[in-house]
Design a protein around this ligand. Structure first.
Ligand code: AMP
Ligand code: ZN
Length: 118
């Protein structure tokens, strides 16, 4: 698995080649606001390492993937909806609607969410 992919939109954001509203950075992950928000807060949390889908996550990536949830926790607190509640979602492949093939956790907050999702 390549560390970055020159054709990948999110690798280009990581490289600074495409602008994004980056609100969080750690050694393993960054987060930026979704360009087409589906909630008052809609943030994408991505690993610095290029991993195309959940299916490509390996045992070596466990700390990296865990760090995406640490970021979600921190951002939810910062945005002020940690106690009220929020949703995190990661889509895998076409049936789930994945459109960018660099894994990303959607962090959505600031409104109520229904279940089951569509
Ligand atoms: P998914 O459909 O799960 O792959 O999610 C991809 C997300 O990336 C969508 O919610 C898009 O709105 C978002 N997106 C696409 N391009 C950009 C961009 N340049 N900056 C921020 N978010 C983006
Ligand atoms: Zn990538």
């Amino acid at each position: 698995m390549a560390k970055s992919n020159s054709d990948c939109l999110f690798c280009k954001i990581l490289a600074g080649d495409i602008p994004a509203d980056i609100i969080y950075e750690s050694d393993t992950a960054i987060a930026f606001r979704d360009i087409n928000p589906q909630a008052p807060t809609h943030v994408l949390i991505i690993p610095r390492k290029h991993i195309s889908t959940i299916n490509e996550i390996t045992a070596d990536d466990q700390a990296i993937v865990g760090s995406l949830y640490s970021a979600a926790q921190d951002i939810a607190a910062e945005e002020g909806f940690a106690d009220e509640g929020y949703r995190v979602v990661m889509n895998c492949n076409e049936a789930a609607g994945q459109t960018v093939f660099h894994i990303h956790l959607h962090l959505l907050g600031g409104r109520a969410f229904s279940w089951p999702p569509g």
